[in-house]
Structure formats: structure tokens, C-alpha cells
Design a protein around this ligand. Structure first.
Ligand code: NAD
Ligand code: DAU
Length: 340
């Protein structure tokens, strides 16, 4: 019999699939049920290494549909249950093109999930959120858990709304939820609409690298395995009703990252192409992760120097994965976003 059951939502996406691999390695006795709608960002190929395990099952369903959430909860059985909620529309640029899907999944879907998980008596619910709920920083300072919420994109506004619904479920109903807010992740299985895999893909094909604005926007980069470990640590020891910031203490301007990628790939800087800026572009994100370190003993294990080359090597070894995810709907999105 499995030690415990964890329902993971959005487990076929970038961080969710890495999290399921992380649990298979670090907590092999746990049973995992993955509820995922398989949108453009969800890819069952990401889970090939676990799909035949007795401890893993997949439910194809949408968190905005009550009956799908009910089926997933049924698949979890009657024993003690914990939930890690990743499912979301996650790309800022897509939210600028159209905000409604973000409200539907991130806001409505989260409330449907909260209601059913509460009725089911879920023992622990980790809501995976983002540092973007805090808005934008100037040249100095860090986001702490008490920084006022000030989202600037439809994506971050919808995530902020979901954070507030989770907060309300705890305060009103005593629902045992914990929220994590993490900085930018990088690593295997990230959909190539996001900065690092997009630039690796384009550079590998000698295509222009589209840099928004002056390229001096700063993000705090964390290797995805470190984020997964932080989420597991919060699942196991985080205090209900609390928020935990997660970050890499690893700030870089976009241009510097792009130059590192070009150097590693042996490609010329002439591929760098300045394009129109992202509307409402947040200038800088930087996380103060001292609370999770102090309370739960977590800190990142991977440096950029080691994990960035590892990430590049992973994408170079996954030519077919890259080709498949970049065909069809991806091409339509790319042309709409960057011009054909
Ligand atoms: P992703 O876009 O790669 O994956 C999202 C997954 O959710 C996909 O598998 C998709 O099929 C699924 N999904 C979408 N809508 C759904 C629905 N209605 N019902 C069920 N499944 C649905 O996203 P990601 O980058 O892995 O991000 C995962 C979570 O982590 C998100 O909540 C995001 O806000 C948060 N986050 C991401 C980052 C980052 O750098 N990528 C950083 C901090 C927080
Ligand atoms: O901070 C956490 C967030 O990080 C997550 O909540 C989001 O889900 C995730 O997508 C990510 O958001 P960003 O908007 O920071 O990531 P993105 O990879 O889209 O962009 C990173 C930076 O690179 C940002 O300053 C915009 C810039 N950029 C991005 C793309 C796709 C470019 O200059 N050109 C591009 O083509």
C-alpha cells in the first residue's frame, strides 16, 4: 500500500512534470494522481519515465469542470490526500494577447478545486504561485512575503486573484492551504515560448533572438529541481495559511543570459534582434527567500554555472521533443507574437 496519495494538477507542464519526477526519486512510496487538461503547454511525453509505474496515474481533465475535478478526486481513493496545484495558464505574453483563459483557469479553476478539495477533507493543499504577484522592483530591494500585491499583467493579476481565494479558504473555512511564490524557473521540459528555451531553439537554428525593449530587464533564475524540492519541503512542513517565497538569489539581465547562451552554443551575437517591448513589462524581480530557509531549511543546490550548461545540453539532446512541441499551434502563436 502506498505511503500517501498526492493529487498534482498541471503535472504534464514544465514544473509539474519535474515535480512528479522529483517525487518518484525522493518519495518513491507516494502515490501520485496527475490531473491535467493537456493544453498546448501540457505534454504527456514529459512523463514517459513514470507513466508505467504502479504509483502513478493520469486523469485527463480540466480544473474548470466540476465533474473532471470530481473524477480526479475519486481516482485518489478514500485515504488521506494532499494536493499540489500547478495547473495554470502561465505565459505573460499570451495573457496580453487574451486575458480570459487566464481568468478561467487560474481564478475560476482554482476556486472549483478549492471547493471540492475542502468537501473531500484534503489534509494539505500547496498552491504554486509566482513572484509576479508583487509587481515590479527598481534597482534595489527584494520581495518579501509581506510586500504588497501589485500585479501588472493579466497573468499576474489572475495569479494574485487565485492567491487571495486560497487565503480566503484558509481564513474562512480553516482549509489547510499554503502558498508558494517563486521566481523564474529554468531547466528541462520548459515550453519554448519562455526566454531560455526560446533563445536556445532559435540560436540552434541561426534564427533571430527577439529581445524585448533594451534587454536590461532583470529576473531571479532558479533551477527547476530546486523549486520542486522547495515545494516538497513546504508540502511536508509548511505552516497552513502561510506564504513562502522561493528564489535563486541569482539575478541577471536578459541580455546577459542571452549572451551566455550564444557563447555556450558557439553562435554569433549578431543573432540578437531588438523588438518592440512587452506592454507593462516588469523591470526587475528579486526574491528574499529567508523565511523558507529559516523555517524549513531549504536553499537552492544548483548554481547557474552548473545548471545552465546542463539545461542547454538537455535541449540539445531533445531535438525530437523540441520539433514536436514547436509544430502546429506553436507556429501560429509565434507568428502572432513576433511576426512571421
Ligand atoms: P506550464 O504552462 O508549463 O504548465 C501548465 C500545465 O497546466 C500544463 O500541463 C497544462 O496542460 C495544465 N493546465 C492548464 N490549464 C488547465 C486546466 N484548466 N485544467 C487542468 N490543467 C490545466 O506552466 P509552468 O511553467 O510549469 O508553471 C506551473 C505553475 O507554476 C503555474 O501555476 C505558474 O503560475 C507557476 N510558476 C511558474 C514559474 C515559471 O518560471 N515557469 C515560476 C513561478 C511560478
Ligand atoms: O517570475 C516568475 C514567472 O516567470 C512565472 O510566474 C511565469 O509563469 C513565467 O513565464 C516567468 O515569467 P516572465 O515573464 O518573467 O518569463 P519569460 O520567459 O516570458 O520572460 C523572461 C524575460 O525575458 C522577461 O523580461 C521578458 C523577456 N523576453 C521574453 C521572451 C519570451 C524577451 O526579451 N524576449 C522574448 O521573446
Amino acid at each position: 500500500m502506498a505511503e500517501k496519495t498526492v493529487l498534482v494538477t498541471g503535472g504534464a507542464g514544465f514544473i509539474g512534470s519535474n515535480f512528479i519526477h522529483h517525487l518518484a526519486e525522493t518519495r518513491p512510496g507516494w502515490r501520485v494522481v496527475n490531473l491535467d487538461a493537456l493544453t498546448y503547454a501540457g505534454n504527456p511525453e514529459n512523463l514517459r519515465a513514470v507513466e508505467d509505474k504502479d504509483t502513478y496515474s493520469f486523469v485527463h481533465g480540466d480544473i474548470t469542470k466540476e465533474e473532471d475535478v470530481a473524477s480526479a478526486l475519486e481516482a485518489c481513493g478514500d485515504g488521506p490526500l494532499e494536493v499540489v496545484h500547478f495547473a495554470a495558464e502561465s505565459h505573460v505574453d499570451r495573457s496580453i494577447l487574451s486575458g480570459l483563459p487566464f481568468v478561467q483557469t487560474n481564478v475560476v479553476g482554482t476556486q472549483i478545486l478549492l471547493d471540492q478539495c475542502r468537501a473531500r477533507g484534503v489534509e494539505r493543499f500547496v498552491h504554486v504561485s509566482t513572484d509576479e504577484v508583487y509587481g515590479s522592483l527598481g534597482d534595489t530591494g527584494y520581495f518579501t512575503e509581506t510586500t504588497p500585491l501589485a500585479p501588472n499583467s493579466p497573468y499576474s493579476a489572475s495569479k494574485t486573484a487565485s492567491d487571495l481565494l486560497v487565503r480566503a479558504a484558509f481564513h474562512t473555512h480553516g482549509f489547510p492551504a499554503v502558498t508558494t511564490r517563486c521566481s523564474n524557473n529554468y531547466g528541462p521540459y520548459q515550453f519554448p515560448e519562455k526566454l531560455i528555451p526560446l533563445m536556445i531553439a532559435n540560436a540552434s537554428e541561426d534564427k533571430p533572438l527577439p529581445v524585448y525593449g533594451d534587454g536590461l530587464y532583470v529576473r531571479d533564475w532558479l533551477y527547476v529541481e530546486d523549486h520542486c524540492e522547495a515545494i516538497r519541503v513546504v508540502l511536508e512542513g509548511g505552516r497552513a495559511g502561510e506564504v513562502y517565497n522561493i528564489g535563486g538569489n541569482n539575478e541577471y539581465p536578459n541580455l546577459e543570459i542571452i549572451r551566455m547562451l550564444l557563447a555556450a552554443l558557439g553562435k554569433p551575437e549578431s543573432l540578437i534582434t531588438y523588438v518592440k517591448d512587452r506592454p507593462g513589462h516588469d523591470r526587475r524581480y528579486a526574491i528574499d527567500a529567508s523565511k523558507i530557509q529559516r523555517e524549513l531549511g531549504w536553499q537552492p543546490r544548483h548554481t547557474f554555472e552548473v545548471a545552465l550548461p546542463k539545461t542547454i545540453a538537455w535541449y540539445q539532446s531533445q531535438v525530437e521533443w523540441m520539433q514536436r512541441v514547436r509544430s502546429g499551434a506553436y507556429r501560429e502563436y509565434y507568428d502572432r507574437q513576433y511576426g512571421s
